[in-house]
Design a binder for this molecule. Structure first.
Ligand code: ADP
Length: 400
């Protein structure tokens, strides 16, 4: 048995899951929050679901990793740090350099930092997490798993924008997509449930959370996806606008007296989406409750959210020339039967028939359409951390 840890490090947080592999058993999970800020706090849950929390100063990522290792021993989750043979790190932007997950060498640390241009908030933090583990657990193999790499199989007509080609050549302006690890996990899981070869299916994966994206998967490869140059594009999200006409950017900047593109992009990232439309909340539960209570703007936000999903599914069915299965995952996709129904009812023209009982009371990862439905619909719980742990295990074994 090997112990493998999946890490998601943000600028002020570090989330982890520890797995026993190849059993894929989750041994512990938790997070350290407010790194470098007053009120740092660590939370660890063991396999029995017992929760340990402590508030203690954590000045940086290295201190966070040190604290985590100390507590994992103290809580008898590991007896010796040497037991942890591999660490997998989520990295947001892999650019064109990373077409798959890699074992991290010195050059990769530098490369991941250099890619910060494409994810200024995330890549530096991801890099800090990698560095901290490489210093404190030098015996463990470090693997980087990129949100973008699954989408490196997109054909050029799906990743090149209709702008001067030199922008791509000079600066890498193209569609990179995101949520790749989740789309990869849930589509593979769907193939397993359908008992069909992954490489022979046409799938559409709807990752609907605070951030949302849709991915068309054909022949086991990402074929098109709704996020773009950054995760701002595509669907209406909690606080992100999704697709807009770029000319509104300059127009609104003039109106608001905004002078930098960055500031405008921040508005589109944080003040738009469900929150911006409804004026109420970015949280789908609030939107659903308020819409049901008769709030027009919440209803409008809900309608736009659903319409955009339907629009993208229609687009991807047309692009792939059909679809075998549509998968719903992440916070909204996994938990909201009403949203799944609103989307799937609008696809009845494709011969999709929802199994209402299965949709309302899904039993784990399962089919939610009827046996005679022309397209199968599934609800699958995403598990990016497990996908990361699998990559670590596979790469570590290949390297031996
Ligand atoms: P993140 O993208 O931050 O990982 P999640 O995947 O956890 O987010 O999704 C968060 C979203 O899921 C929120 O909008 C939340 O309202 C929504 N959500 C969670 N449970 C439900 C539910 N039962 N019904 C509707 N929406 C839900």
């Amino acid at each position: 048995m090997e112990k493998i840890m999946a890490i998601n490090s943000g600028s002020s947080s570090l989330k982890f899951k520890l797995f026993a592999m190849p059993a894929e058993e989750e041994l512990a999970a938790g997070q350290i929050e407010r790194i470098g800020i007053d009120g740092s706090r660590v939370t660890i849950k063991n396999q029995a679901g017992e929760k340990y929390t402590e508030e203690t100063p954590v000045p940086d990522h290295k201190a966070a990793v040190g604290l985590l290792m100390k507590l994992l021993r103290q809580l008898s989750i590991v007896t010796d740090p040497e037991e942890i043979t591999g660490i997998g790190h989520r990295v947001v932007a892999g650019g064109e350099a990373y077409k798959q997950s890699v074992i991290v060498g010195d050059d990769d640390v530098a490369q991941i930092k250099a890619l910060a241009e494409y994810a200024p908030l995330h890549n530096p933090a991801n890099g800090a997490g990698i560095q901290a583990f490489r210093e404190l657990l030098p015996h463990a193999v470090s693997v980087a798993v990129f949100d973008t790499s699954f989408h490196q199989t997109l054909p050029p007509e799906n990743y090149i924008y209709s702008v001067p080609y030199e922008w791509y050549e000079k600066w890498g302006v193209r569609r990179y997509g995101a949520h790749g690890t989740s789309h990869r996990y849930v589509t593979q899981r769907a193939a397993e449930i359908l008992e069909k070869p992954y490489e022979q299916l046409k799938l559409i994966s709807c990752h609907l959370g605070n951030g949302s994206s849709i991915c068309a998967v054909q022949n086991g490869q990402s074929f098109d996806t709704s996020m773009g140059f950054t995760p701002l594009a595509g669907l209406t999200m909690g606080t992100r606008s999704g697709d807009v006409d770029p000319s509104l950017v300059g127009f609104v900047m003039d109106k608001l007296g905004i002078t930098t593109g960055n500031e405008m992009v921040t508005l589109l990232n944080h003040e738009a989406g469900l929150k911006g439309i409804s004026g109420i909340s970015s949280d789908m539960r609030d939107i659903l409750a308020q819409a049901a209570a008769g709030n027009d703007r919440a209803q409008l936000a809900l309608d736009i959210f659903v319409r955009n999903i339907v629009r993208y599914i229609g687009q991807y069915v047309a692009e792939m020339g059909g679809v075998d299965a549509i998968i719903f995952t992440a916070g909204i996709g996994e938990n909201s039967a009403p949203i799944r129904k609103l989307v799937l009812d609008r696809l009845a023209y494709m011969g999709i028939k929802l199994d209402s009982a299965a949709n309302e009371h899904p039993n784990g990862d399962c089919v939610i359409s009827t046996p005679d439905s022309a397209v199968t619909a599934l609800r699958v719980k995403t598990n990016e951390e497990l996908m990361i742990a699998r990559d670590v295990q596979r790469l570590a074994h290949e390297a031996q």
